[in-house]
Ligand binder design. Structure first.
Ligand code: SAM
Length: 308
């Protein structure tokens, strides 16, 4: 399947998340901006039911593209981070804990070996960020290994930027009044908000194939998700891998689809499937020019100098 859309430059998208999230959607941010700006009214709430690193939602909050933002995530470790920042009022503590941590491979091992049941919520948050930063690909699921070579010979520390992470968390605290977080099930969250026409759902579920090794929770009922979105009164934008099963579900629900190009962290050009009720905003004349204006053309999440 071919697509005429151009690859977008993520170097132009401010990195807001403390995570380097596998399957993260930094590259999609310009599309989401385009989607929301084509609406007559700002959504009352922007809901991301499978939040992960939440780069899209954070951007929406920073740029005030919705009146408020709601994140939902099931994974207990990822949730510990968002709880600590948004609900438990320990965001500043977490920022300082990261900045003050004396990073040596031995200390990292000791931190990561502590059994989770012995940890307070905020310590669990710290260890989640640490693990996310030292494990290959940022993968938190069981079985993921620690980086050995890393980049520029920095080994395990090659993605540990304590001062940058501290600043990102402090910046998130500035927009905290607009964001709420709930640990829970994404499909249930959509169901709970299905009768609200004034909300917009950004839906990035674990993928049918790749999700298995990336996430602790990687099985959802895709058919159920499509059914619930079909009945929701608010608009939605969903992103998936281009799998036959997913295209069939989209066709059966009469959803609109479009393939968009992206670059993987391994620099390979790939495509992803965007799904919505009506993706006309994506095909409007001049759309490519507008998206391109948001940054230079070729992107890669791993360009030197682009800190994830
Ligand atoms: C593709 S990732 C989301 C990435 C995110 N959009 C980003 O840019 O970082 C899917 C996420 O869904 C979460 N997840 C899996 N099953 C879930 C469920 N039933 N409810 C909520 N979250 C779930 C996974 O833990 C993972 O964080």
């Amino acid at each position: 399947m071919r697509t005429s859309l151009k690859v977008i430059n993520v170097a132009s998208v401010p990195q807001r998340s403390p995570f380097r999230y596998p399957g993260g959607k930094t590259w999609l941010v310009p599309y989401v901006r385009q989607w929301l700006s084509a609406k007559r009214e700002k959504p009352e709430e922007f809901i991301e039911p499978f939040a992960g690193g939440a780069i899209v939602s954070l951007t929406i909050a920073f740029e005030r593209l919705a009146e408020s933002v709601m994140l939902i995530e099931k994974d207990e470790d990822v949730a510990a981070v968002w709880h600590t920042i948004f609900n438990a009022r320990y965001g500043k503590w977490l920022a300082d804990r990261i900045a003050e941590f004396e990073f040596t491979p031995d200390r990292v091992r000791v931190e990561l070996d502590t059994p989770r049941y012995r940890l307070s919520l905020r310590e669990r948050a710290f260890k989640t960020i640490l693990r996310n930063r030292v494990q290959r690909g940022g993968i938190l699921a069981a079985g993921a290994g620690v980086m050995k070579e890393g980049e520029n010979g920095r080994g395990m520390a090659s993605r540990w930027y304590p001062e940058t992470l501290r600043k990102r968390i402090l910046a998130i605290l500035e927009v905290k009044p607009w964001i709420r977080f709930e640990q829970g099930d994404g499909i249930e969250a959509i169901r709970d908000n299905a009768d609200r026409p004034e909300v917009a759902f950004f839906v990035d579920p674990p993928y049918t194939v790749a999700g298995r090794r990336l996430y602790t929770y990687n099985q959802i009922n895709h058919q159920e998700l499509f059914d619930i979105l079909a009945g929701a009164r608010g608009d939605f934008l969903m992103t998936y891998d281009d799998a036959k099963e997913i295209r069939q579900l989209a066709a059966r629900h009469r959803f609109d689809t479009e393939l968009v190009p992206m670059k993987s962290t391994h620099h390979a050009q790939m495509t992803e499937l965007l799904i919505g009720r009506d993706l006309m905003w994506l095909r409007a004349p001049g759309r490519n020019a507008e998206l391109a204006a948001q940054g230079a053309l070729q992107i890669c999440l791993d360009l030197p100098g682009v800190r994830r």
